[in-house]
Structure formats: C-alpha cells, structure tokens
Design a protein around this ligand. Structure first.
Ligand code: FAD
Length: 425
C-alpha cells in the first residue's frame, strides 16, 4: 500500500491530473478524414506522383531554377477543384475545418510526396504565415495578404533568424522595427528566410526589436513587408547540405531603412512573441506529421531494395542485421506517429500551452527518427543511396535540417526537462 506521504503521490500534480483525466484518445480516423484521405491518396497517385520526377529534373536543369513551372498552377487548380485545398486551416469556410488530429493523416500522406503539400496549398512557411494572419491579422491585412495566400496566388516568407546572433534565443534579435510617428522603420539582416527565392513571394513577415525598454517578451513586433518595398534585398540564396530547394529556397535578406505604415504591424507593437507562440504550435507540428510520411516512404524503398538484391548467396533482406533494422524502423515510426497524434490531440483538447511538452517532444523525436531511418535506407541501397536516383540523400538533408529549423533539439530538450522537473516542486 502506498503511504499518504510517499513521494509517488506527488508525481502527478493537480493540473496534470485534470488534463490526463480528460484524455480519451480515439485512434480511429473521423469520417471526414477518411473521405479526404481517400480523395487525397487518389489525387496524388493519379496527378502528382507521375510528374514529380520529371518536374524536379526539368527544374534542376534550368540555369535559373527560381521560377514556377506551369505544371504547378495546373495541379493546384485540380487540387482546389477536388476540395483538396487549405486542408491545414481549421476554418471550415476557408479551409477544411479539421482538428489537428484529423489533419495529421492527411499531412502524413502529403509528406510522402515532394510536391503534394505545395499543390494542396499546405506547404511551409505559407501555412504558418496564413495561420498568423487568420488569427491575428487586421481586416485590411487579411484582405491584402491572407486572401491571395489562401487562393494560392502569392507566396510568403518568415524572417526571424539572423546571421550575427544565436537565433535559437529569439530575444537576441538585433534587427529593429522602430516606430516613427505613423510609420515603422525596419533595419537588419535575416537569413534562412524560407520561400524568399520564390518568384511569387510577395510578402515577408519580419520580426524585430521595437521597444528595448519593454519587458523581455513585449519588445518585438512582427511586420508585414511587401517584397518590392524599397530597402528590401535578397542578398543570396543558401544551400542546405548542397541542395538549393528551388524555387522557394532559403534566403539571406537585408532590410535597410524600410518604411511602412504602422498598420503593417501584426497585432500591434510588442506582440511578436505572443504571435510566435501561436505560429510555432500548429505550423510546426505539421512538419512532424509530414516527416512520418517521409519515414514510411524510406522504409518502403528500403524493403523493396533489400528484397531485390542478393549478396553473399542470399537476398540482403535475409541478413539478420537487415531484419533487425527494418523491425527497429517500424517500431520508431509507430512511436513517432503516436506521439504526434497525442500532441495533436492535446492541442485540440487543451490548447497549445498545456500541450507544449508534447509539441517539444515530437519536434525532437520526429526528425531524429527520420534521420536514422533514412540513414539505414541509404545504407541498404549501397552507393545508390547517396546518389540522386532514390531521393534518399535529399530526404536525409531535409530530416537533418529539421533538427535545427524548428529550433535546435537542445532547446526543446531543455524545455521538456524543465517541465518534467517542475512536477517535483
Ligand atoms: C532548412 C531551414 C529552414 C529554416 N527556415 C527558417 C525560416 O523560414 N525563418 C526563420 O526565421 N528561420 C528559419 N530557419 C532558422 C532556424 O529557425 C534557426 O537555425 C534555429 O532557430 C537556430 O538558430 P541558429 O541557427 O542561430 O543557431 P544558434 O542559436 O546559434 O545555436 C547553435 C547551436 O547551439 C546549441 N544551443 C543553442 N541553444 C542551446 C541551449 N539552450 N542549450 C543547449 N544548446 C544550445 C545547439 O546545438 C544549436 O544548434 C531555418 C533553418 C533551416 C536549417
């Protein structure tokens, strides 16, 4: 019998007990998810999968790959006509009106394809930026920027990270957004602004210091910057482990005395951190959902490969190390999927704030899982695995970058550790 004062009595604190007692997760897909998943699956198989390889070959053969090939607009029109548009948006009129749990299997399915998320207008960074505008934009900001983003007519970038400071601590930011009368004046240099290279990138969300006197989390603002404003310059496009990620890419962008009306600030001066919290919830867990799809595809490729190759007198599939690794990969995928769903479920039921440990956990678990699984898939393909022929090298680079792009693993682990320790206060 556990004594009343036994430490184990204190492991689950009151607020957590109430959260846990309300959890009754249902593992079945909703009717709406089942319908959409069947439609999405059919659409990707029929329309997207056949064009993916030729599309990437054509794009990379261009001297200037920072263009949108006509096939993209054609496919987008078809996806929209089939109701496979803005699936990520919880708004039932403008999007599919799905909860995070309902959206997860659709994001996973899109993750198996290099183009599907973009074709269905569910790609980063636009989906996160649309959510910011949907939640926090003024009527005018919604009309000018959210409307064309929802219609897939324009693209966007999110500019927070800076080359000169450790940006995993966003309070380090040096860039400024100073108020001068009815104007806001922007100065600073950003990098890793994803999407900045896209020919239809027309708006950038610039995050910078407005009031150094305010408390730590009310000093910064987010400003909507039309791409063509004087003083905005894309200095160069970066590569990630050699891949250019055209046509969106990741840009280094300078902002020099960029003048905009005060009304370009989202949610008012000093609100950037509150908005970022909201953006980094759903927008970022979508990455994790898609990564599960990439992992499933890598495992599928690996299984097919090891069954088709014979080495030292028997199929590679029959080597015990192969079986061991395939089993381990299956276990890791299932674990990550369940944790993603749990995080999504908690976000739906108790909000992003209470779900912050689960969100942080899956941000560490999913990219690390994928790195390992793609690494094993590369190994199983022999030298072919590191070529461009199987898409594995690109998948590895993508997985590896996501251990940084959503904030470094260490920062999420620190957060998880602190939340865990708090239980014993
Ligand atoms: C492919 C890709 C796309 C991206 N897209 C965008 C985008 O669209 N917009 C944007 O603004 N940014 C983007 N980023 C940037 C990304 O958000 C940052 O790289 C990330 O926040 C880390 O900042 P940093 O690179 O300045 O690393 P730093 O802050 O310099 O950190 C370097 C290392 O220090 C260690 N470290 C840092 N803090 C801690 C800690 N508390 N405890 C222990 N160790 C620690 C970690 O190992 C970390 O990797 C993208 C990055 C990549 C790779």
């Amino acid at each position: 019998m556990v004594r009343q004062d036994h430490p184990s009595q204190k492991i689950v604190s009151r607020p957590q007990l109430s959260v846990l007692s309300r959890l009754s997760m249902d593992f079945q897909h909703s009717q709406r998810t089942r319908e959409l998943l069947a439609r999405l699956d059919g659409f990707i198989e029929r329309e997207v999968a056949p064009v993916e390889e030729p599309y990437h070959r054509e794009l990379l053969a261009l001297a200037d790959p920072w263009v949108e090939l006509p096939v993209i607009a054609d496919l987008k029109a078809k996806a929209r006509a089939e109701g496979l548009w803005n699936l990520f948006l919880p708004d039932a009129e403008e999007g599919a009106g799905l909860s995070n749990v309902e959206y997860a299997p659709l994001a996973e399915r899109m993750g198996r394809s290099l183009l599907a998320a973009e074709i269905c207008n569910c790609n980063a960074p636009d989906s996160g930026n649309m959510e910011v505008l949907w939640h926090f934009g003024s009527d005018e900001q919604k009309r000018r920027w959210l409307r064309p983003l929802l219609d897939g007519e324009i693209r966007s970038a999110f500019c927070m990270t800076e080359p000169d400071v450790a940006s995993s601590d966003a309070t380090n930011m040096h860039a400024t957004a100073r108020l001068e009368g009815e104007e806001v004046v922007l100065n600073g240099r950003k990098w890793w602004s994803s999407g900045a290279g896209h020919p239809r990138c027309e708006v950038m969300i610039f995050m910078a210091l407005t009031d150094p006197e305010a408390d730590r989390y009310h000093q910064h603002s987010m400003v909507l910057v039309p791409r063509q404003t004087p003083g905005v310059k894309v200095e160069r496009m970066l590569t990630t482990m050699g891949f250019v990620h055209a046509p969106g890419g990741h840009g280094e962008v300078s902002f020099t005395d960029v003048r905009l009306p005060r009304s370009a600030i989202i949610g008012g001066p000093g609100q950037a951190f509150a908005i970022a919290q909201a953006r980094l919830g759903p927008g970022r867990i979508h990455h994790c959902m898609r990564l599960i799809g990439v992992a499933e595809l890598a495992l599928e490729k690996r299984c097919k490969r090891v069954k088709s190759r014979v080495a030292f007198g028997k199929p590679v599939a029959e080597q015990t190390v192969t079986l061991e690794r395939i089993a381990e990969a299956r276990i890791m995928i299932e674990q990550s999927r369940l944790l993603t769903l749990k995080a999504a479920y908690m976000m739906d039921k108790v909000g992003n704030k209470v779900a912050r440990a689960e969100i942080a956990m899956i941000k560490v678990a999913a990219p690390n899982m994928l790195c390992k699984i793609v690494d094993w898939a590369i190994q199983a393909h022999g030298a072919g695995g590191v070529s461009d022929d199987f898409g594995l090298a690109k998948a590895y680079a993508g997985a590896r970058t996501l251990r940084l792009a959503d904030g470094p693993d260490e920062v999420h682990r620190n957060q998880i550790g602190r939340i865990e320790l708090k239980k014993y206060n």
